[in-house]
Design a protein around this ligand. Structure first.
Ligand code: MG
Length: 222
């Protein structure tokens, strides 16, 4: 896919699963949290896994789903402390830094837009310094609406100067991309393999990025 770079001023970038490997998050919620919860409350790991999974699904797509405070209260456990225990698993996706650098050279406004809350962001930033590789950082928790909702985009538009018609947005969530599409963001991309330890997603509704280099090649040719 070739996109004319000249038509784009702003690039909105999701954090988890887009700039950073989603393996950390998947491993935390599916393995580490159930294991540590089972230890702390003397429960069987298998039943804890089921309980946590069920509760998580109930909050899917809401701001709670992304809130460390919410889950700390809900599970009566220090989510941030448990995340720190496996912080060595937090890594950038391949070629993320080069991609962000190329965007800067091309003069594009780079805005990290995440549903992670400030606790969640801080762990990621401390480990990767990804915040230093973009021009702005926005957490949907500051607006009170997740990226899945139109209200998020209305708030973003008030805070940041961007023309939806001249903006690209990269995210690994199809629901979020649909919301951005409904809002009128013109250039939408998803991530083929958000978690390096899982298989590639197939049959996606949006153009899937396999390699950031290819995307930039396409852009720069335009
Ligand atoms: Mg994501």
């Amino acid at each position: 896919m070739v996109v004319n770079w000249k038509n784009i001023d702003t690039v909105l970038l999701d954090m988890d699963g887009t700039l950073l490997d989603l393996h950390f998050d998947n491993y935390f919620w599916l393995t580490h949290l159930p294991r540590r919860y089972a230890q702390q409350f003397h429960r069987k790991e298998a039943s804890v896994k089921k309980m946590i999974h069920t509760r998580l699904l109930e909050e899917r797509g809401t701001l709670n789903w992304y809130s460390t405070d919410f889950w700390s209260t809900e599970f009566n456990i220090d989510i941030v402390a448990l995340k720190r225990e496996i912080k060595h698993l937090i890594t950038k996706r391949p070629k993320t830094s080069r991609f962000l650098e190329n965007l800067a050279i091309a003069g594009k406004q780079r805005v990290l837009v995440t549903n992670a809350d400030h606790n969640g962001m801080q762990i990621k930033f401390t480990q990767t310094q990804i915040d230093l590789e973009v021009d702005r950082v926005i957490s949907s928790h500051d607006y009170g609406y997740p990226k899945e909702q139109r209200a998020f985009w209305d708030h973003l538009r008030k805070e940041i100067d961007f023309d939806p018609n001249r903006t690209a947005f990269i995210d690994d969530s199809i629901l979020v991309l649909r919301a951005a599409q409904d809002y009128g963001i013109r250039y939408l991309f998803c991530i083929a393999q958000p978690d390096s330890q899982m298989r590639e997603n197939v049959d996606l509704d949006f153009f899937a990025i396999r390699d950031f280099d290819h995307l930039f090649d396409g852009f720069s040719r335009g």
